[in-house]
Design a protein. Structure first.
Length: 110
């Protein structure tokens, strides 16, 4: 079975500037920062295996974020910010049975 070719990441100037700005921000989470580095490395035409070794992550992680970035590039930055593109996808599961307001009341009583 042939190995699928990696998605090509072409960044616009606005995307590149936004990603580089995120790398310099002190308040950005480690997961987001790692995803930014993966995307920037992919934009510099590094192979998935090289990126995975450099950042000590699995090959699947690199593939996931490269592919997700490419899929979301069709959406403008006004509609979907860079941080929103790098956020975790919603996870499956049953909806919450307790509302946020109810949770706050319970925690206030404890």
């Amino acid at each position: 079975m042939p190995i699928p070719k990696a998605q090509v990441v072409n960044l616009s100037e606005a995307e590149r500037a936004g990603l580089e700005k995120l790398t310099k921000r002190h308040q950005v989470g480690q997961q987001i920062a790692l995803r930014v580095r993966i995307i920037l490395a992919a934009a510099h035409e590094q192979k998935n295996t090289e990126i995975a070794q450099a950042y000590q992550v699995t090959l699947d992680t690199v593939r996931l974020w490269r592919n997700r970035w490419v899929k979301l590039q069709d959406i403008s930055l006004e509609d979907l910010s860079i941080e929103e593109r790098l956020a975790d996808a919603p996870r499956p599961g049953a909806p919450a049975k307790i509302t946020a307001d109810q949770r706050c009341r319970i925690e206030a009583l404890a």
